[in-house]
Design a protein around this ligand. Structure first.
Ligand code: FO1
Length: 325
């Protein structure tokens, strides 16, 4: 049930990965004027395959907000056909990363405009408009940024791009370190900096902290800005009862020596966020989280309906509101 009956006059920035962030943003757009929401997108997952530039996190958010997403996978388009992939597999081509026939148009369009010298920010804006999505979708940088994972086998380090790790190897390899390649040369876009400066609330979406949010934080200037605006920043834990809602967040945090729990997520963000929403099942962590000088609220964080996403967004907004008053 909505506690606020009219839209809340807030300006929201959401630091975003893919599926979890997209569902959270959908809930937020029920509460707040959608045009006042900016979604700052991770581009560390981007991959070039078949000569095409693929931006999975951006596309997942756009397809979700437009209602076109495949609800079963959480990525790609609903009702998609796979004729190109089928034909490609007959050649023995690369098919471990499945690109649907209609989804391919997005990657063709993006790649063409990149070749013509257009920025990823401007291209994303054109894709957003085509899908009638109201929140702004802002890639964190127009420069290069790649999440690279290293695993060790018999003393030898193996380098994996994000999608090689996540899809091709089904996030099975044990990871010894992650590098956000090119991050020191990357610059946040003016649009991203502006959205973070004017936001009344900044939400760190329930995305994988080390795979989806950390690449955004690795872009020079972003972490400093969040530290300065810490009283406006609220995180939502993607870890429930020691397990990731989706994907390898808990396993990966443990491999990297981080605490794979809602408390570990709070510890990871406590320098930049003054509040966190955790799941009801993790409420026993509340006191430990408070000792990190963070406010904490617990609720159902599983976003299996639009009502649940909206409720979660509302709890996050209220927590910052209480913080400021
Ligand atoms: N995820 C998969 O598990 N298998 C795929 O074949 C796959 C293809 C794909 C194509 C376009 C796209 O935008 C996303 C796609 N994803 C696929 C999802 C993606 O790998 C990850 O979910 C995100 O990068 C993590 O946020």
């Amino acid at each position: 049930m909505l506690l606020w009956s009219t839209k809340v006059p807030s300006v929201i920035a959401i630091l975003s990965g893919g599926v979890g962030a997209a569902r959270f943003a959908l809930g937020m757009s029920n509460l707040v004027d959608s045009e006042e929401i900016s979604i700052i997108s991770n581009v560390g997952d981007d991959e070039v395959l078949h000569g095409l530039h693929i931006s999975p996190d951006i596309d997942t958010v756009i397809y979700t907000l437009s209602g076109a997403i495949n609800p079963e996978t959480g990525w790609g388009l609903d009702g998609e056909t796979w004729r190109v992939m089928d034909a490609l597999s007959e050649y023995g081509g690369i098919t471990w990363f499945r690109l649907g026939d209609r989804d391919l148009a997005t990657h063709l369009f993006r790649t063409q405009l990149l070749r013509e010298g257009e920025t990823i920010t401007k291209i994303t804006e054109r894709i957003r408009r085509r899908w009638n999505v109201k929140p702004k979708i802002l890639p964190v940088t127009d420069g290069e940024l790649r999440t690279i994972l290293y695993s060790e086998k018999q003393g030898t380090e193996h380098r994996l791009s994000f999608q090689e790790y996540f899809v091709q190897n089904a996030h099975r390899p044990e990871i010894s370190r992650i590098v956000y390649e090119h991050s020191s040369d990357a610059r946040p876009t003016d649009e991203v900096l502006h959205s973070l400066e004017v936001a009344t609330v900044i939400v760190i979406a329930p995305s994988n902290p080390v795979l989806s949010i950390a690449p955004i934080l690795s872009v020079p200037g972003i972490t400093d800005l969040l530290q300065r605006r810490r009283d406006r920043v609220v995180a939502v834990s993607p870890i429930v009862a020691g397990k990731a809602i989706k994907g390898p967040a808990a396993k990966l945090m443990a491999e990297l020596g981080l605490n794979p729990s809602a408390l570990g997520v709070a510890e990871y963000y406590c320098e930049i966020a003054s509040a966190i929403v955790i799941d009801d099942t993790d409420s026993s962590f509340a006191d430990d989280i408070r000792s990190l000088e963070m406010k904490v609220a617990h609720t159902n964080t599983l976003m299996n309906s639009i009502e649940a996403s909206t409720h979660l967004a509302e709890v996050a907004l209220r927590l910052v509101d209480e913080n400021l008053h």
